[in-house]
Design a protein around this ligand. Structure first.
Ligand code: ZN
Length: 388
């Protein structure tokens, strides 16, 4: 069955191939640029980045303040971690719920239950929008907030058909309760290592899907159909890949930085916005029959350091090496560049096994591994490479 996300794009754009889709998107982009010029102080000015939003979010506001339904304040990824504010109208968030409804149809069937390890009390949170989306086709949805490594958080997972959470948190659940038998798992919010997907399939005997999105895209962005590569909500978001150094656009297939333009966002239209995420567009036909370009993601462009031997060290690399190990619940990584020392605090896995594995990957670098009884997660579930 062709991905419902692509069917939705076809219905919204009338496009049946990539060329006609891109023509349609270019026209919508021009209209969005005109609107931004007319309605915002920022106007339309080529590539923009997180720094522009942090320094003056109101410059991007295109509606009167009273029409803003939700404001999200989150820490920026810069070293100062200054607050970043993103605005949405009700219509912006309804579009996301519509995208979620299409994407989730592939993952959950009518009558089934989904459990979301993300905030969901308010209708315009990720959990709230997922609930709207799932209930629209007769599935049930419950949010229990971000996962914590406690038995009270494992319990609700026994009674569900689909688990939704960040890869780090669901890796922990997989380590703690290997006996769970969800039909499907949807991982979102961070880079997902292939090795973790294979481990979940093996341990829980389930199908594993991944989603890429960010607050700036009103949460929703692109979701897998199970064949590889993520189907993009092309009718709402134009994705381009650029060379992060030169800013030049790269051809399909080439890895670079993901740049988004929101084509219809009312509150805060972001045009040519550098996401800081690594990715590429895949233009070959999908196994499901979809023909529009799909997205493959490769973690954050920042948060990458080099060891003394000039090998890349990042959570993307460490996740691929560690999160696929049976039984592991999680780890924290601390990098001390002066000493060429990597410290790992691991839970649910023999420290010596981790030390051997990392020593083979990083010969010459000092590796110290400590055992931890519990995994601690940050308030919003995101993890980072700590640098001392
Ligand atoms: Zn597909």
């Amino acid at each position: 069955m062709i991905s419902p996300v692509e069917e939705k794009t076809r219905a919204a754009t009338g496009a049946s191939d990539t060329e006609s889709l891109r023509r349609w998107q270019r026209e919508r982009l021009r209209e969005a640029e005109d609107r931004a010029l007319r309605l915002t102080k920022a106007g339309s000015r080529g590539l923009i980045s997180e720094r522009d939003i942090v320094s003056c979010p109101e410059a991007f506001l295109a509606v009167p303040a009273k029409e803003v339904s939700r404001i999200i304040t989150l820490a920026s990824s810069g070293t100062e971690r200054l607050p970043k504010r993103i605005f949405f109208t009700e219509a912006d968030l309804r579009r996301t719920a519509d995208f979620f409804a299409a994407g989730m149809r592939e993952i959950v069937s009518p009558g089934e239950r989904a459990l979301v390890y993300m905030p969901g009390k308010h209708p315009y949170t990720v959990g709230g929008l997922l609930k709207t989306a799932l209930e629209s086709f007769g599935a049930a949805c419950r949010s229990v907030g971000y996962f914590a490594d406690t038995p009270a958080m494992y319990e609700p997972a026994r009674e569900t058909d689909c688990l939704i959470g960040t890869p780090g948190q669901m890796a922990c659940l997989c380590g703690r309760v290997p006996s769970l038998r969800p039909k499907a798992v949807l991982l979102s919010g961070e880079y997902v290592a292939d090795s973790l997907i294979r481990r979940m399939e093996r341990t829980w005997g389930c199908r594993v899907f991944t989603h890429w999105g960010m607050t700036e895209t009103a949460y929703g962005g692109a979701v897998s159909c199970g064949c590889g590569g993520l189907h993009i909500r092309h009718e709402d978001i134009l994705i381009e890949i650029i060379d992060p150094e030169s800013g030049k656009q790269l051809p399909d297939g080439a890895w670079g930085e993901i740049v988004i333009s929101t084509l219809f966002h009312e509150a805060m239209p972001l045009l040519h916005y550098r996401t800081g995420d690594r990715g590429r567009l895949i233009a070959t036909e999908c196994g499901c029959g979809g023909v529009f370009p799909r997205l493959e993601t490769g973690g954050r462009l920042t948060q990458r350091v080099q060891t003394a031997a000039r090998k890349e060290l990042s959570l993307t690399v460490l996740d691929a090496l560690l999160l696929g190990l049976d039984g592991i619940c999680g780890y924290e990584a601390v990098w001390r560049p002066e000493a060429d020392l990597l410290k790992i605090f691991v839970c649910g896995c023999e420290p010596e096994k981790i030390r051997r594995l990392l020593s083979a990957e990083y010969p010459g670098t000092r590796i110290a591994v400590f055992s931890e009884p519990q995994v601690s997660f940050t308030a919003h579930g995101k993890r980072q490479l700590h640098i001392e």
